[in-house]
Design a protein around this ligand. Structure first.
Ligand SMILES: Cc1cc2nc3c(=O)[nH]c(=O)nc-3n(C[C@H](O)[C@H](O)[C@H](O)COP(=O)(O)OP(=O)(O)OC[C@H]3O[C@@H](n4cnc5c(N)ncnc54)[C@H](O)[C@@H]3O)c2cc1C
Length: 195
């Protein structure tokens, strides 16, 4: 599905075979989507001399690029991704969207949250869930695991930039956040972004 409009055809894989199908289908004015994981074997070919119309040969990556352009020129949509499982309800339904630049929201105050803790499964999810439940947006998030050089402990760290609605009571939010962190034994700070 593209929004509410069903696709005419979903092409899984954007190698020469999938892109050839996409070009033909797009030329028939059908609404199609190609999902490609980007591991085409054609990408390995230094110079193929088997492709009609290229008597001197063409590099595999360039061929793929040209085929993508050709398919898109006639309306095929191509997104990078992996189709890992097809969901069947009564019929086949695929929901997809492409992210775009985010509109500025001047009613949101940027705060930086830094968390360090002993690594354990699910911290990141719980952190994101805390903000989500308060109606606070996550503007950016970087997290990593590392082994502490001094002791060898498995550690977790996250730097999160959040957008707090300007009508939210900051002190109350900070109290709730610190209580949440205490409960999970996370060391955390939450400070306004100053630039
Ligand atoms: C080293 C090398 C040299 C070669 N030289 C030549 C040559 O000189 N001349 C020649 O004619 N042929 C050559 N070939 C063969 C040629 O590369 C293949 O025949 C051709 O790429 C097959 O095209 P395809 O679209 O069927 O598959 P692929 O090119 O493999 O493309 C399949 C695409 O589908 C994607 N995909 C798979 N599963 C999923 C999924 N679940 N979700 C999303 N995407 C998915 C993959 O990531 C990939 O991008 C060569 C191959 C290799 C490896």
């Amino acid at each position: 599905m593209n929004g509410d409009k069903p696709l005419d055809c979903l092409v899984i894989g954007g190698g020469p075979a999938g892109l050839t199908a996409a070009i033909y289908l797009a030329r028939f004015h059908l609404d199609i989507l190609v999902i490609d994981e980007g591991k085409s074997r054609a990408g390995w070919i230094p110079c193929t001399r088997n492709v009609s119309g290229f008597p001197d040969g063409i590099k595999g990556t360039e061929l793929l690029e040209r085929m993508r352009e050709q398919a898109q020129k006639y309306g095929a949509k191509i997104i990078d991704g992996t189709v890992s499982r097809l969901e069947r309800e009564e019929g086949f339904k695929l929901v997809w969207y492409r992210t775009g630049p985010k509109a500025l929201q001047s009613n949101l105050l940027p705060y930086v949250v830094e968390v360090v803790a002993a690594d354990k499964p699910g911290i990141l999810f719980q952190l994101a869930d805390f903000f989500d439940k308060q109606g606070i947006t996550i503007e950016s998030l970087h997290s990593s695991r590392y082994r502490a050089m001094q002791t060898g402990a498995e550690m977790f760290t996250a730097q999160v930039t959040v957008g707090i609605p300007s009508n939210m009571h900051i002190a109350a939010l900070r109290d709730d956040f610190m209580e949440f962190c205490d409960h999970l034994n996370l060391d955390a700070i939450m400070d306004p972004m100053k630039f």
